[in-house]
Design a protein around this ligand. Structure first.
Ligand SMILES: [Zn+2]
Length: 307
């Protein structure tokens, strides 16, 4: 092991987080297609925690199995997540330091959605999993929207409140918005962290006004493992889900959205979508063969000689 690798393992061990002891639930049906036939891809994540990533043999959706319960993830985000990511990267990453990165991200994503939002008459914004509010604040100001943010992390929501956003501490699955509808919903660098992607997208569909728009982006799982030529290094306990362009597109179509434009981010890792509600047939699955092509590629990456 390299010196930096040793340092990293030591920093992570010093956190004393016992992932194996956390309460978890077995995933028995694929969240995207409902199938129950899985392939176990990996047995540890990038931090070294014993987490298994499974792929659905039917549609190619990749997810942790078992997954920590919502309560266990709540404790994880309340005290472990940012220190763990800091230990992994060897520098401090917290609710303050992430804001510069979020400002740059906000400007890029606002430029991507501008052709669809500017001049559309949109008045309200909901940011799901909006963290410190930097992105919601930027988007609301640029397009003249009234901004609302919902996030489960109290310290980050406090930062968002200071930016003048309406804030809700909690999860969109549980919060009752009553009859409120939103003209723009954004889910930024968040979908991979959800416990029920299909449930949240269906909920978002019902929260959108008739001409509402959804912005969402994924860490492209294929880009993540091809980048470091390691499937284990692309898996981390903070992400219950690992989406590809095929599985994300299938999720959108199954929950009543159609993508108007897709964007490969400048970092070559994220893929973004701006979507509108669709009335088209919803029982769409990823193109036949996606699951097998993904499994074949993963097997190749796992066994090809390293540089
Ligand atoms: Zn599936």
């Amino acid at each position: 092991m390299t010196m930096s690798g040793t340092d990293r393992a030591g920093r992570i061990a010093a956190l004393g987080y016992d992932y194996a002891a956390q309460p978890k639930a077995e995933v028995r049906a694929c969240n995207l297609c409902g199938a129950a036939r899985f392939v176990v891809l990996t047995h540890r994540d990038r931090y070294g925690y014993p987490a298994e990533a499974h792929a659905c043999a039917g549609c190619g959706l990749v997810f942790l199995n078992p997954q920590m319960t919502a309560e266990a993830y709540g404790r994880f985000y309340d005290g472990i997540y940012r220190p763990l990511v800091s230990a992994f990267h060897g520098r401090l990453i917290d609710a303050q330091t992430i804001q510069a990165e979020q400002r740059e991200y906000a400007a890029e994503r606002a430029a991507f959605i501008a052709p669809f939002v500017a001049g559309s008459g949109a008045r309200t914004l909901l940011d799901i999993g909006g963290s410190t509010g930097v992105v919601a604040h930027h988007v609301a100001r640029q397009f003249g929207l009234q901004g609302t943010l919902i996030d489960p992390a109290p310290l980050e929501v406090e930062e968002a409140r200071r930016l003048g956003l309406e804030t809700v501490t909690g999860l969109v699955e549980h919060h009752d918005f009553g009859a409120r509808r939103f003209d723009l919903v954004i889910i930024c660098q968040t979908v991979d962290h959800l416990l029920d992607v299909g449930g949240v997208l269906s909920r978002v569909r019902s929260l959108l006004s008739d001409r509402g728009l959804l912005f969402i982006d994924i860490v492209d799982f294929r880009a993540a493992y091809l980048r470091n030529w390691s499937v284990e290094d692309a898996v981390k306990i903070d992400h219950p889900y690992y989406l590809t362009q095929e599985t994300m597109t299938a999720y959108l179509r199954r929950t009543g959205f159609e993508a108007l434009r897709t964007d490969f981010a400048a970092d070559h890792l994220h893929v973004s979508y701006i979507c509108r509600p669709s009335t088209a047939e919803r029982d769409t699955m990823p193109a036949a063969g996606h699951a097998q092509a993904l499994l074949d590629e993963i097997r190749y990456v796992q066994n090809a000689p390293r540089k």
